[in-house]
Every structure is written in C-alpha cells, then in structure tokens.
Design a protein around this ligand. Sequence first.
Ligand code: 13P
Length: 218
Amino acid sequence: MKKLFIIANWKSNKKELEVKEWIDKFKNYDLRFKNKEIIICPSFIHLPLLKSYILDHESIRLGAQDISKFDEGAYTGEVNGKQIREFAEYVIIGHSERRQNFSENEEVVNQKIKQAIKFGLKPILCVQDQNFKIQEKVEIIAYEPVFAIGTNNPDTPENADLVSTKIKENNLSNYIIYGGSVNSKNVNQFTQKPNIDGVLVGNASLDPLEFFEIIKNA
Ligand code: 13P
C-alpha cells in the first residue's frame, strides 16, 4: 500500500471558537489509517491550539501556510522558520493565491524553500504545471491548477496523473500530490492513480466530517 498525504489547507478561515468546534468533532473519528499521513495547515495563530490537540494523534501533523523569506529580525508582520518550527513540521510554499495576491515569484519561492529547509521544516511546494525551477529537493510537490481551485471543477485524474508523472521525472521529490476541488466523492479517483501520492484540500477540509470522509475514501 503506497503512502498517502491528506493535507488540509484552511487558508484564511476560522475563528478560534470554530477551530475548537472542528477539533471537538474531528476527535471522535477513528483515524488509525496505517498508510495515511494527515497534515492540517491552519492560520499561524491557531497552530498552538492545534498542537495541543494533535499530541495524542500519531497520524496527524501540522503545517503552516507560508513562511518568511527572511531570518528572524526587523521584518514586521512576518513569521519566520524558527518560530514556525516550534509548532509545525511542514510549510506550504508558493500557493497560487500567494503568487497572485502577494506577487510571489520564483525567486521568493526559492528563498522561502531555503528558509524552510534551514529550520528543519518540510516544504509542500505548490506548482501549477510541470514547468518550474527549484534549487533544492523538497519533500512534497502539490500540483494545483488554478482553474480547479475553489471552482468545483477539478482537473481530470488522468491529466493530474500525467502532470504528476512529469514532475516526478524532473525532480528529486518523492511525493507528488493533487489539489483543486477535491472532495469525499472524487478523492479516490486521484489517489488511485499511480503517480499521485495524496491530496491538498481547501474548502472541503473546513468541515470536519467531510475531511474525515476524504481521508477514509482516499
Ligand atoms: P479547494 O479544495 O477549495 O479547491 O482549494 C484547493 C487549494 O487551493 C488547496 O491548497
């Protein structure tokens, strides 16, 4: 059985009370899946709360949604790798929403990857196709075509597998995952493809039951 990563990207959603409600429901579900690693990526401010919850759970890990391209220091508003490492193991880098809304280009993405690696964080690098250049080996690459994000219009599993295969051929990363309108009904069409090693889930991860169903059906 291949290893699968099921990753929740909550984006800029949820107040503290809503995070607590999500945890209260999610902790009732049986998460003993041998081959599935679950990674939750909340807003920075909710990492401490989630860390205290996941302590009991072998199979759950935490990730941040971004990282400063700088070390610690005079960079108002930034959260650096050293700070993130206290709470999380993974970090999403180069999400298309950051590329679009915060002008993140390849240079910035590469600087962030370097920062993550420097502080022992595992990058989850988001790319839109197979044409990108990175200087380091990253843990996970997520293929997320923009047309499929938040649209209920996922890529076809066949094309997602084709792009994943090309990414695997050109990079040293072990794991390529798919993201874009994944839900509990379509998840296994992606995860059963030979070169797709998991999913990165936005909207559908905000609901604990739906996210659990995604994990179960993957
Ligand atoms: P949706 O699952 O809401 O399409 O978002 C995908 C995504 O951007 C995950 O990072």
